[in-house]
Design a protein around this ligand. Structure first.
Ligand code: HEC
Length: 195
């Protein structure tokens, strides 16, 4: 009776070891992220997705621990160019989801309390691998709370879950290009999810 149990335990241990190895090394054979096709992106996401969410949640950040339960806005991660050619995928909290997923282009006013969290994956030429990038976060405050940024607060988590430091203007000076969309740039059209 003991043998099968032992065998099962050993087998599980090997499986777990295999998973750890895969999670820390997601090899990629292209240098330019724009060369990744859909299948390659699916493979990368499959490999990195669990460890990515674990890292963002590691310090107990409210967004970092919750965003994966929110509404995903795209059918898969995609490379838009901005945010350093990383693979990007945005999640919208319950307050934001309905309006965000309309991807409306004019007169957009996101409800107070909206949060968008965008996970990112860097294709590292040096490592020839996909590695976790920052989690980029936008939170809509009360009307008048931050007039110089359209009442948005920009934030970010490092892959280890620790907060990033940057000036609000670093993010806003670019996001202001989408003022009619309440500063939101939206995912690439080809991957947008229908509401
Ligand atoms: C050079 C321009 C640029 C800069 C600088 C920039 N962003 Fe973005 N951001 C974009 C674009 C373009 C998108 C949409 C691309 C995509 O998600 O596929 C985007 C999307 C986002 C989203 C998803 C919501 C949306 O707009 O649809 C968040 C959250 C975000 N950025 C946060 C940040 C934060 C935080 C910073 C500063 C650390 C920052 N961004 C700096 C261009 C920029």
């Amino acid at each position: 009776m003991k043998r099968p149990l032992f065998a099962a335990a050993a087998c599980a241990a090997i499986l777990l070891m295999g998973q750890t190895a895969v999670a820390s090394e997601c090899k990629v054979d292209v240098e330019d992220p724009f060369d990744l096709d859909e299948a390659a992106i699916a493979e990368i996401y499959n490999c990195i997705s669990a460890s990515m969410a674990e890292g963002y949640a590691a310090e107990g950040d409210a967004v970092g621990t919750a965003y994966r339960t929110w509404t995903v806005s795209s059918t898969r991660p995609a490379v838009a160019g901005a945010h350093n050619n990383r693979l990007l995928q945005t999640f919208a909290n319950d307050i934001a989801a309905e309006q965000y997923l309309k991807f409306a282009e004019d007169g957009v006013v996101m409800p107070v309390g909206s949060v968008l969290a965008k996970e990112s994956i860097t294709i590292s030429k040096k490592k020839k691998a996909a590695v976790v990038g920052p989690l980029f976060i936008m939170t809509k405050g009360e009307v008048g709370s931050s007039p110089e940024t359209g009442d948005w607060i920009y934030a970010g988590l490092q892959p280890n879950g620790k907060p990033m430091k940057f000036k609000q203007s670093f993010c806003h000076d670019c996001h202001v290009s989408w003022e009619a969309q309440d500063m939101l740039a939206y995912p690439l059209e080809e991957v947008r999810r229908k509401n």
